[in-house]
Design a protein around this ligand. Structure first.
Ligand code: PLP
Length: 430
């Protein structure tokens, strides 16, 4: 499958019609558990001596197809699906790290991830230093003796900064830590972080990959390229008391991390994917390359139009020649820069709130990556629980509106925003 092109793999990878009962469409295996042949067969499955299905928290044939398909599309060796993008991030980090460990992360992250790293993980003794991702050498400078991972978003939400993944991965190699990339906003249709040195790729499947706004999901994809036997990761080189003394690095080699995610991460933290949601996400995945092309086209056209509006103070879209991230976007996102556009509106907080209230096609809600267009004013909603300095560092200013540009006709999207712009206090334009 991996020899075939992206659009072919998006439709077929992981689904074998001879194994899956001749089904042309991927079936939903909506079963919690699987019948064992006998007790010896069960014992072999539990001891990992034989592959097979046990219980849907650990594995499931529909989830399996989704996992194989996304591993193929990202160029990884294997993947584990989870109940949400947040479950993917927390499970990956909790499998990798222990109390006393440290992460170096980009300061430009989705608000939920920022909260996990800044406020929740420290309660478990796992701390994070946030660095400006635009200077890759800052990652290296922030490394401590106990640093065990680098974490970034390839295209930051909502800052839309396009990171120099190659340069950051070089810093990770020197620090001998895995480089984890959340590739949710770019999607594998536009960018493959593994090609640029990522060791682990994470997605919220809830967004573009599902695309239809019906189902939560997440995934952890392992490139199989990190050496967990480098002396820094006792979790992988010492016998695991939670798995009858298994030494992951020794027994599983390149698959050590992703195997541990499944057999310990899913078993102990329970963030398993629902087969029904995986099935929905597979429907979306089939059309991902075409959708991402159109999302990118619409977003660029709208960003260019916004630049000419008197109500707009600034526009941020990495495909704009005026963007600070344009050069990086040319290098990392030549196929398109995805569907998120942010802009600042004259009149600040109040004007921005008003516009978000007044659009009709752009729905006011906290999500991105739907085929339908979405709008939000982060400072009064998703990011309101962060302090001013934290809002600033995650790229959220008071006047910022975030659009997730959908697949509607561009003329209707412009008209909708034009009508909303007409409702703001015009004195701010003077
Ligand atoms: C970049 C990014 N990563 C992760 C998440 C979390 O995903 P989920 O909502 O599926 O838990 C989000 C959610 O908006 C996101 O934008």
């Amino acid at each position: 499958m991996s020899d075939q092109k992206f659009s072919t793999n998006a439709l077929h990878a992981g689904h074998d019609t001879t194994v899956h009962g001749g089904t042309r469409a991927v079936p939903i295996y909506q079963s919690t558990a699987y019948v064992f042949d006998n007790s010896d067969h069960a014992a072999d499955l539990f001891s990992l001596a034989k592959p097979g299905y046990i219980y849907t928290r650990l594995n499931n044939p529909t989830n399996d197809i989704l996992e194989q398909r996304l591993a193929t599309l990202e160029g990884g060796i294997a993947a584990v699906a989870t109940s949400s993008g947040t479950a993917a991030i927390s499970t990956a980090l909790l499998v990798l790290l222990r109390a006393g460990d440290h992460i170096v992360a980009s300061s430009s992250l989705y608000g939920g991830t920022y909260n996990l790293l800044a406020n929740t993980l420290p309660r478990l003794g796992i701390t994070t230093t946030f660095v400006d991702p635009l200077d890759p050498s800052d990652f290296g400078k922030a490394v401590q003796k106990n640093t065990k991972a680098f974490f970034v978003e390839s295209l930051g939400n909502p800052k839309l900064d396009v990171l120099d993944l190659k340069a950051i991965s070089s810093e990770a190699k020197v620090a001998k830590v895995p480089f984890i990339v959340d590739n949710t906003v770019a999607t594998p249709a536009l960018l493959n972080p593994i090609e640029h040195g990522a060791n682990i790729v994470i997605h919220s499947l809830t967004k573009y990959i599902n695309g239809n706004g019906t189902s939560l999901g997440g995934i952890i994809i392992d490139a199989g390229t990190f050496d967990y036997g480098n002396g820094n990761f006792p979790e992988f080189t010492e016998p695991s008391p939670g798995y009858h003394g298994l030494v992951y690095h020794e027994a599983l080699g390149a698959s050590a991390f992703i195997a541990k995610v499944r057999v310990e991460g899913l078993r102990d933290f329970g963030g398993a994917a629902s087969p029904f949601n995986s099935w929905q996400i597979i429907q979306g995945l089939e059309t991902l390359p075409i959708r991402m092309k159109q999302h990118s086209k619409n977003a660029l056209a709208l960003a260019q139009w916004l630049q000419g509006r008197e109500e707009v103070a600034w526009v941020n879209y990495p495909g704009l020649k005026t963007s600070a991230y344009y050069e990086q976007a040319e290098a990392y996102l030549p196929k398109g820069q995805s569907g998120i556009v942010t802009f600042g509106v004259k009149g600040g907080f109040e004007s921005a709130k008003k516009i978000a209230d007044e659009t009709k096609i752009f729905s006011l809600l906290a999500n991105i990556g739907d085929t339908k267009s979405l709008i939000i004013h982060p400072a009064s909603t998703t990011h309101q629980q962060l302090g001013d300095a934290e809002q600033e560092s995650t790229g959220v200013t008071k006047d910022l509106i975030r659009l997730s540009v959908g697949l509607e006709h561009i003329d209707d999207l412009k008209k909708d925003l034009e009508n909303a712009f007409a409702t703001i206090d015009r004195s701010v334009l003077a």
